[in-house]
Design a protein around this ligand. Structure first.
Ligand SMILES: C[S@@+](CC[C@H](N)C(=O)[O-])C[C@H]1O[C@@H](n2cnc3c(N)ncnc32)[C@H](O)[C@@H]1O
Length: 270
């Protein structure tokens, strides 16, 4: 399953809904604000953003993937939530300076090369008015763990992916713990960062089960697995097939730990 796939995004959101909602609510969006959902994907956060700023505020959204935008346009309830929905690249935004009171950007920066990340943050700063807020949430894969088994198994795969450098999200998903530094470097003030550690523990809820049964085989199928030790390759082979009795997914003590980081900064005044 491609991890940008709308069904997968929905499953991931549902599996972690309470934590994601808590993170979004901690940003400080105020009723009446015009907010941007940058890289909205399948639109998982649109309703939460609307809840924060409606009835007098508004939500605008974009994604670089025309399929995501077309799918959202095809959902009648979305037009009640979003006043402007477009295809756009976060590194070159089609909005005037200071157009928004705040911007929300969830799990997008992991896909950006460092130079794109710098441009994206400067663009979010430009389109948000002085005194407004920019909130960037992303995963910190360096802290993700799978139990039972060797707690370093997943970090070793992450490091192998980063070393191979084939996809920007390999290193992008490892810079979560430094999001605040990126915002500070982009000129934001009052930058704060918080972490949500999410434990998907057995017995898994239906969306958690779906998440785990698609995510672990995805990781197990990454080409970088072949560069790991024989022991690690065997452990990943067990995870590639959720029906295998020796897959940790079927262990009553199973726990997938994911770590989400939220960094919030204010656009300087004057
Ligand atoms: C993991 S999804 C997250 C979607 C949504 N924000 C969420 O949290 O459910 C990443 C999204 O970033 C979008 N994306 C990647 N690079 C982008 C770019 N340069 N500009 C805008 N969107 C981008 C992808 O198309 C995808 O929809």
């Amino acid at each position: 399953v491609p991890l940008g796939d709308a069904t997968w995004l929905d499953v991931h959101f549902e599996a972690s809904r309470r934590s994601y909602q808590a993170m979004l609510e901690s940003v400080g969006f105020l009723p009446g604000w015009r907010v941007l959902d940058a890289g909205c994907g399948a639109g998982s956060h649109l309703e939460l953003l609307a809840d924060a700023v409606f009835p007098d505020g508004s939500v605008e959204a974009f994604d670089i993937d025309p399929d995501h935008v077309a799918a959202l346009r095809g959902r009648p309830e979305v037009s009640d939530l979003v006043s402007d929905l477009r295809v756009a690249d976060i590194t070159d935004l089609p909005y005037p300076a200071g157009h928004f009171h705040a911007a929300w950007c969830a799990n997008v920066t992991q896909y950006l090369e460092p130079s794109e990340m710098e441009r994206a943050l400067l663009e979010l700063r430009r389109v948000t008015r002085p005194g407004g807020l920019v909130a960037v949430k992303d995963v910190d894969m360096g802290r993700a763990r799978i139990a039972p088994g060797d707690p370093e198994l997943l970090p070793r795969l992450c490091r192998a992916c980063e070393a191979a450098g084939a996809r920007p999200e390999s290193s992008g998903s490892l810079r979560g713990s430094r999001l605040a530094d990126w915002l500070t470097a982009a000129g934001f003030t009052q930058v704060r960062q918080a972490v949500q550690v999410i434990h998907h523990r057995a017995p898994l809820s239906p969306p958690e089960g779906e998440l785990v049964r698609s995510w672990l085989p995805f990781l197990a199928g990454l080409p970088e697995v072949s560069s790991l030790s024989q022991e690690d390759r065997a452990a990943w082979a067990a995870m590639a097939d959720p029906h295998r009795a020796d897959s940790p997914i079927n262990d009553p003590g199973f726990c997938l730990t994911e770590c989400q980081v939220l960094a919030v900064g204010r656009v300087p005044r004057g």
